[in-house]
Design a protein around this ligand. Structure first.
Ligand code: GLN
Length: 285
């Protein structure tokens, strides 16, 4: 018996709900859309028509991956960040809504200080922060830096997908080591480095622990290894009056501010996320 898209959607939603998935409606739409190669908008328009057997089968496959715990972003291969479509793969973290606070601060600072110059996104992963910055500031040039060549490939496709290829360049390097020669100087360094402490790594949600890249999360014993190394090695690449901004984990803001101060940065401040957690720490040179 052939089934309509609406029936596939409702069946997927019920299965997700029964499994305790919070956003069962959104995820069911994403899964059926992905299985049929439609956008979610097109799927909504097509709810009344019959799906092919192949689409029905594919929906079942994707749904069982989700029910086994895989995040929906890895299943569909796409996510949204700051209004931009961002490809994701298991080589990169799925962009978090919290990280939009960091992107927003970076964009606001560049605009307020009329410094649409050179921006470095350290530990760039999917490239989501750098893409948001480049997209909002048409005269800025952005350097994406990451240690993972797999992540860099994903980032390159995101830059192209968002029409930013002319203004973004790439640097394959270790954020905890001194910058490569000829790195040059930056008006802004923005970074969402790995910051989960050893103890918190043990209690990560299974959907994170079992699927997301551990090297993008592991911040060492106290979670602060990357902040220590970045302020020590990269502050020297800031232009006078330039800014450094980090995303930080819950409870890390005070320590990261102190690290920035000891590296010679001033005017340390933090910004809260939507849950009231100090999520971004910033300071200027
Ligand atoms: N916010 C991410 C998480 O909770 C961690 C991101 C990071 O380590 N930079 O999984």
């Amino acid at each position: 018996m052939p089934r309509r898209y609406s029936e596939l959607y409702i069946a997927a939603r019920s299965a997700l709900r029964a499994a305790g998935v919070e956003a069962a409606d959104v995820e069911a739409r994403l899964i059926v859309a992905s299985a049929s190669g439609k956008s979610t908008a097109k799927l909504l328009r097509d709810m009344g028509i019959y799906a092919t057997h192949a689409v029905e089968e594919r929906t079942g496959e994707l749904l069982s991956r989700r029910l086994a715990g895989e995040p929906v972003a890895y299943i569909t291969g796409m996510w949204e960040f700051y209004g931009l479509p961002i490809e994701v793969s298991p080589e990169v973290l799925i962009p978090r809504a919290d990280t939009e606070v960091l992107a927003g601060e970076a964009i606001a600072w560049l605009k307020a200080n009329r410094r649409e110059g050179r921006v470095l996104d350290l530990c760039s992963g999917s490239g989501c922060i750098g893409c948001a910055v480049a997209r909002s500031l048409p005269r800025a040039s952005v350097v994406l830096a990451d240690i993972s060549s797999g992540a860099m490939e994903v980032a390159r496709r995101n830059v192209a997908r968002n029409g930013l290829a002319g203004r973004v360049s790439y640097m394959l390097c270790d954020a905890t080591a001194p910058p490569p020669v000829m790195t040059g100087q930056f008006d802004l360094i923005v970074s969402n480095p790995p910051y989960i402490s050893a103890i918190d790594l043990l209690t990560l949600d299974p959907s994170v622990r079992d699927y997301e890249p551990i090297w993008a999360l592991d911040g060492g014993e106290d979670g602060l290894d990357f902040y220590r190394a970045i302020v020590e090695n990269w502050t020297g690449t800031l232009r006078g009056g330039g800014a450094m901004m980090f995303e930080v984990g819950e409870g890390q803001a005070a320590e990261v501010k102190a690290l920035m101060r000891s590296a010679g940065l001033r005017g340390e401040a933090s910004v809260k996320d939507t849950r009231g957690v100090e999520r971004v720490v910033k300071a200027t040179l």
